[in-house]
Design a protein around this ligand. Structure first.
Ligand SMILES: [Zn+2]
Length: 279
């Protein structure tokens, strides 16, 4: 009950942000990449199940943006759009996964549900922050809030302990390529020493795919799985962009294109094998 009320407040706060940025220049918009070379019927979209996982929960909502909005509100809005766009593209079996159970039980539950549904692909939707020691204080709307303007951009994570490590790496590569084709860039800061124990190995330096073996939703899922940090909500400029329908559409279109690429690659096992060249 209070959860619904809070969800309403979060959406209102996001709307307020969207109004704030109305009139500013739209997010970078690229022409879509050329469609995958695969023939249209090689991928059976109606049978290909994608689970779109809304990161965090209404009660444990993740990071707090530079303007005080919980990450969960951003995740829910973007994931909802992705689900709609995948269904519109013919991926009728797409499931929007919303979990109320707090971590880590809730994290295990997400993976278990995706496994039970026999999903072909699992995509966790998140928005990024930085470690607390890299945050600075500022005043926004009469409140003290926290920001870091240094590391805008998306980041993609995979786990080598995932049930389909090769598929995860392949999809991560497709996703990064499609995001960049639309003018978006990944953040390289996860490789920096200042990230401490949150430092990660960059396994695909072109697409922006990092290795994060311990992530439960990636480790416990049997199908290809990635976690997307769609951008930094503690970055004061990028937060405004992430709150716009234009930026959500851009990210969502990249995901749909990457899912099409992946589904097509998986429909042709021989090609899929040669595409995996990590080792
Ligand atoms: Zn998150």
């Amino acid at each position: 009950m209070s959860g619904f009320r809070r969800a309403g407040q979060m959406v209102l706060a996001l709307l307020a942000l969207a109004i704030l940025v109305a009139g500013r220049e739209p997010a970078a918009r690229g022409e879509g990449p050329t469609p995958a070379a695969a023939s249209p019927d090689s991928c059976q979209r109606a049978k290909f199940r994608v689970v779109v996982d809304v990161g965090h929960t209404i009660d444990v909502p993740g990071a707090i943006s530079a303007r005080g909005i919980p990450e969960y509100a951003f995740n829910l809005q973007l994931a909802t759009q992705i689900k709609q766009d995948l269904v519109a593209a013919g991926f009728d079996e797409t499931v929007l996964l919303i979990t109320a159970t707090a971590p880590w039980r809730g994290l295990v539950e997400r993976a278990a549900r995706a496994n039970a549904m026999h999903a072909n692909l699992f995509i966790a939707i998140h928005h990024d922050s930085v470690p607390d020691n890299l945050l600075q204080a500022w005043q926004y709307a009469g409140q003290e809030e926290h920001y870091n303007d240094d590391y805008p951009g998306y980041a993609i994570f995979i786990s080598n302990d995932n049930g389909d490590r090769a598929g995860s790496l392949m999809f991560g590569g497709f996703l990064g390529t499609e995001l960049q084709a639309r003018g978006l860039h990944y953040t390289p800061h996860y490789t920096l020493a200042l990230m401490g124990h949150r430092r990660r190995e960059l396994v695909d330096a072109k697409a922006g795919v990092y290795r994060y073996d311990q992530l439960i939703v990636l480790r416990e899922t049997r199908m290809a799985a990635v976690l997307l940090e769609a951008g930094s909500i503690v970055n004061r400029q990028e937060e405004l962009q992430l709150a716009t329908p234009e930026r959500r559409s851009l990210t969502s279109a990249a995901i749909v294109a990457a899912v099409e690429d992946f589904c097509a690659a998986r429909a042709k096992p021989v090609t899929a094998k040669t595409a995996h060249s990590a080792h």
